[in-house]
Ligand binder design. Structure first.
Ligand code: GLP
Length: 241
């Protein structure tokens, strides 16, 4: 894993945007794996700025998001589809039909998981996957204990994840209990991974990722076995490592 150290969240976001823009310009029909949460917001902001200023085009780009809350429609302001529209898709020239975010309100969620996994394969897989990390080491919504062989599936969210994400909702009660997420195996099939880590609350997670065992109890640890991972981490997350 290659680690790029940066001073703070802003620098992480700028570096991540430069990294992505270079890839998109080089391969205009790239398949991007996208993440939500607070971490990539700055990255998306810089991608939008660049699109407006330099006209980097997303016309032939296809995107796949990692996860979505079960029970929320795409119009719900807390859904990840809404998040992606607001932070990125509405501001660039991407074709909406090329943006794939798992459906939180699919009629048959189990079948939908199979279909989403197929969709990834049919499109030839993800070229570069952006990831954040939960403080318990989750990636996507793959909580500790998730099989490294898992594909897209339904998960029950850990109490700590619901608490961490409650800041986006009116109350903890409103945070859905379940989500659909790409599995660990689905994520690992990406040709390349860009992991963003910012803030003191992620310090232990980063230390465990770099120094702990590769173990299903810490899902992100599997990234140590991927051939092409870049981590951009800020000083607050790096601490004394
Ligand atoms: C959320 C998302 C993950 C995200 C992580 C960290 O639950 N499902 O994709 O990477 O938790 O979120 P944040 O960036 O807000 O710290």
């Amino acid at each position: 894993m290659k680690i790029i150290r940066v001073n703070d969240y802003t620098e992480m976001s700028i570096k991540a945007a430069e990294f992505m823009i270079e890839k998109i310009r080089r391969s205009p029909n790239i398949n991007l794996g996208l993440a939500t949460g607070g971490t990539p917001v700055g990255l998306y902001e810089h991608l939008v700025k660049d699109h407006k200023k330099n006209n980097t085009s997303y016309r032939n780009v296809t995107t796949f998001n990692l996860d979505e809350y079960i029970g929320l429609s795409g119009e719900d302001p807390n859904s990840y589809r809404y998040f992606m529209d607001q932070h990125l898709f509405n501001h660039i020239d991407i074709q909406k039909s090329n943006t794939c975010v798992p459906l939180g309100n699919a009629k048959n969620p189990q079948q939908y998981c199979v279909d989403y996994e197929k969709l990834l394969t049919v499109h030839g897989g993800i070229d570069i996957q952006i990831l954040g990390i939960g403080s318990n080491g989750h990636i996507g919504f793959n909580e500790p204990g998730t099989s490294f062989l898992s594909e897209t599936h339904i998960v029950e969210l850990a109490a700590s994840t619901r608490e961490a994400n409650a800041r986006f909702f009116n109350s903890l009660n409103e945070v859905p209990t379940h989500a659909i997420t790409m599995g660990i195996a689905s994520i690992m099939r990406s040709k390349e991974i860009l992991l963003l880590i910012s803030g003191e609350s992620k310090r232990d997670a980063l230390a465990q990722l770099l120094q702990g065992e590769v173990n299903e109890n810490f899902p992100a640890s599997i990234l140590r076995t991927h051939p092409c991972v870049t981590i951009i981490a800020d000083m607050a997350a790096i601490g004394k490592i």
